[in-house]
Design a binder for this molecule. Structure first.
Ligand code: UDP
Length: 245
């Protein structure tokens, strides 16, 4: 797979369908792997945290989530196949899993949310098996590991604890969990459960989903202000090859 390097993070240049095909081959082969969906905020965290950078760059799939990554690739003259939003990848993967009767475990979000998300996904994609679910507010990670293993394991685990908690959880615990593929998917369970809504299509098409989320949740402003800083760093990288840091 071709990659595009953005401030040290190596994104895969794949379409959503290609990403699903890679993921399904992994699951069928029962080879362990994981998927990350970094946005500019996570790229920035990686720049200051070598372990996180290592985890992200060793993922089976590093998908460009967010219009900021697409702009960055354009500025740096790097080739990507467009944005692959984590939640859209997740839904397409679930659809493919359902056709093969695969098992999904949902980990994350507030109590009850993962359960509702699972129920909704099973209704929408007959054939999918919900292996189990667990909220994301555990005090001991072993609780979550045991919850997955005690239900007989799964083909895929959606780990939705927010970044970088979910990436760290995957790196630290995936070897102890009976599952093939782990996907770090942020707030996706809230959307699948109907607790949070994605932006209307027009915002998504115009690359303004971030703006819609800001309108709905003005407290995100602190996080959003990182985007202009991120793009400035990318421009510096382009002009000075990173020497201007
Ligand atoms: N979350 C969790 N455990 C925690 C902190 C957060 O399960 O200790 C969940 C939170 O309830 C939400 C998700 O992680 O469902 C993070 O959502 P956010 O929108 O911040 O993530 P993004 O999609 O922006 O990465």
């Amino acid at each position: 797979m071709d990659t595009a390097s953005i401030l040290g993070v190596h994104f895969h240049a794949v379409t959503k369908q290609q990403a699903v095909d890679v993921a399904m081959s992994r699951i069928r082969a029962r080879r362990k792997g994981y998927v990350v969906t970094p946005n500019p905020e996570i790229v920035d965290l990686c720049r200051h945290d070598g372990d996180l950078m290592h985890t992200v760059n060793h993922a089976t799939l590093v998908l460009p989530d967010g219009i900021g990554i697409i702009y960055a690739a354009k500025i740096l003259g790097q080739k990507l196949c467009g944005k692959v939003a984590g939640i859209e990848f997740a839904e397409s993967l679930v659809s493919a899993m359902a056709k093969e009767g695969m098992r999904l475990f949902l980990l994350g979000a507030k109590p009850g949310v993962a359960e509702t998300a699972g129920k909704n996904l099973c209704e929408k994609y007959p054939g999918l098996i919900l292996a189990g679910s667990h909220d994301g507010y555990f005090s001991d990670a072993q609780q979550a590991v045991a919850a997955i293993n005690d239900c007989g394991g799964a083909d895929v685990v959606f780990v939705c604890l927010g970044a970088p908690k979910q990436e760290r959880f995957i790196a630290e615990h995936m070897e102890d969990i009976h599952a093939s593929l782990f996907c770090g998917l942020g707030g996706s369970l809230d959307v699948f459960a109907g607790v949070a809504k994605r932006a209307p299509d027009i915002f998504i098409k115009l690359g303004l989903e971030w703006f819609y989320r800001l309108l709905k949740q003005p407290s995100r402003i602190g996080r959003m202000m990182k985007l202009p800083k991120f793009l400035l760093l990318v421009i510096k990288e382009r002009l000075f090859g990173g020497k201007g840091k």
